[in-house]
Design a protein around this ligand. Sequence first.
Ligand SMILES: [Zn+2]
Ligand SMILES: [Zn+2]
Length: 254
Amino acid sequence: MPTITSSRPDSVRSTTAEQFAPVLRAHAELLHECAPIVDAPVARARIANGQVAFDAIRTVRTCGDLTSRFVRVLEAFQVAGFASNQDFQLLLTPEVDVDELVCGWLTGDRAPRDVRRGIARQAAIIVGNAILTVASQRVGAPSNWRRWTRPVCPCCGGAPDIAVQERGAHRTLICSRCDAPWRATRLDCLGCDVTEKTGITRINNPALGYDLVMCHSCGRFHKERRRRGMAALIVERALTVELDLAAEQRGLRI
Ligand SMILES: [Zn+2]
Ligand SMILES: [Zn+2]
């Protein structure tokens, strides 16, 4: 994955978006093709009851074998220059289990230190994200969960990684797994009632256009920015990977 060095957020954003174009195309194809099974009325009734709409792992598995989709994303990584030909060949072995990689991501495994395993995990995340995004879209429009107050995704139960500051001062949370948006009901920390006055650390990163918001009380962090000028979420997450690492090194989680 590219490292960000420039200090101009807009040009960094457009350069990264250009670099990611093959990956965004592969992701768009996956969104178009995959067909996870979701019982929408049951899912909406669960949300109305305060329960998460569907089980993420079970829903991903309704799409069957993920290998061909994983290969397609790896090909896009190769075209984009994020993976070498050798990486590509070595990752297409039976030891690389896509289902295991996707489940590891969903159950909160840490990213592997090995670079090649890291590439495999990133490709698996793009496959898993596409499937869960479609699953959440099948639950319905975000208006179906406008009364949702929990700090986990109403659709898949994932944690939010990005908070978007909207006009009117409220914040929209974005699910780190399925990209579903919902409205934040707390003031500062997403997980507890600690505020900026009582223990939140907010570090502004003007080069990226983000605040890294960390709560040392409940151990959670998220990344926050304004709505205007946002790129595709894949690009935003790639741009801000260093913020995740900085927070994770402090022992925090999303
Ligand atoms: Zn979700
Ligand atoms: Zn907190």
